[in-house]
Design a protein around this ligand. Structure first.
Ligand SMILES: Nc1ncnc2c1ncn2[C@@H]1O[C@H](COP(=O)(O)OP(=O)(O)OP(=O)(O)O)[C@@H](O)[C@H]1O
Length: 263
């Protein structure tokens, strides 16, 4: 379903600032695979998501979704197939637009964007139904500007918007990291729910070892631009957060920051 083959990316090549962000990375996700991605600082986790989304162009290698090569496509051309949620709750939504206007934009992702803000009655009913699933009461606040919502509410809305047009692939880049534990738990639960309901093929970057083990069916660990562990569902079930931290501690030069948590 999502195939990444021999992808490499070096920033500032041939200079003192050279950074090998991805080194010949290959990864194959089957339909419905939910893969959590962990790794030390600068391991290449965000870069791999950026490469799949088309935000950055790799130096070599190919990316395919459903057997179709998308390597040369621009980010906006991939948008209909790929949903993405970022760490920053501000990143996925437009604060000056209302909840329903944001949903209307998401609904038209990958389509002609004119009149995107206009919301018809039938659309509004559908949006309300979708919002009910979040169990945050947002279906009663559809005319509220999104900038007035809490971080957790915005992130839940970002998740809904990212999956609104039935993408093939969902990319989650530490999307619960900026939330307090309670909100993070809520967004994690919603993520599981949405991924299962839509059978989405998902890659989720996290620094939370418990979360990395609790959700999804596979786990990969990255270090210095390479995938150094690809745990199968069976292996993942047996692993503990301590096992993961032990593996990190064995890596030469692996720097874990304060964000890496056992909670
Ligand atoms: N746009 C960029 N320009 C220059 N260097 C970059 C850029 N993006 C990433 N890098 C470098 O590439 C390497 C991999 O970065 P990346 O952000 O993918 O790591 P990460 O695993 O997501 O790290 P973290 O957990 O710290 O966010 C790092 O050395 C980083 O400094």
């Amino acid at each position: 379903m999502l195939n990444i083959t021999n992808v490499s990316k070096t920033f500032f090549p041939g200079t003192v600032n050279e950074r090998k962000a991805l080194v010949n990375v290959s990864l194959e996700l089957r339909p419905g695979d939910f893969v959590t991605v962990i790794g030390s600082n600068g391991a290449g986790k965000s870069t791999i998501l950026n490469t799949i989304a088309g935000r950055i162009q790799q130096d070599s290698g190919r990316v395919e979704i459903d057997g179709k090569e998308i390597t040369k496509q621009k980010e906006f051309q991939r948008a209909a197939r790929i949903g993405r949620v970022f760490q920053d709750p501000m990143a996925g939504t437009a604060p000056n637009l209302t909840v329903e206007e944001n949903l209307s934009l998401a609904d038209r992702r990958g389509a002609f964007r004119g009149l995107a803000r206009a919301v018809s009655g039938s659309k509004r009913d559908r949006f309300a139904e979708e919002l009910k699933v979040l169990e945050l009461g947002l279906e009663n606040r559809m005319k509220t500007k999104v900038g007035l919502l809490s971080g957790g509410q915005r992130q839940a809305l970002s998740l809904l918007m990212a999956t609104f047009s039935n993408p093939k692939v969902l990319l989650l880049d530490e999307h619960t990291a900026a939330l307090d534990p309670q909100r993070a738990e809520l967004v994690t639960r919603l993520t599981n729910q949405v991924v299962r309901a839509q059978g989405l093929t998902t890659l989720m970057v996290t620094h939370n070892m418990n979360q990395a083990l609790e959700v999804g069916n596979r786990l990969i660990m990255m270090h210095e631009g390479r995938i150094i562990l690809d745990a199968t569902p069976g292996e993942k079930k047996q692993m503990t957060p301590e096992d993961l931290l032990r593996r990190f501690s064995q890596l030469k030069g692996a720097a874990l920051d304060d964000k890496t948590m056992l909670q």
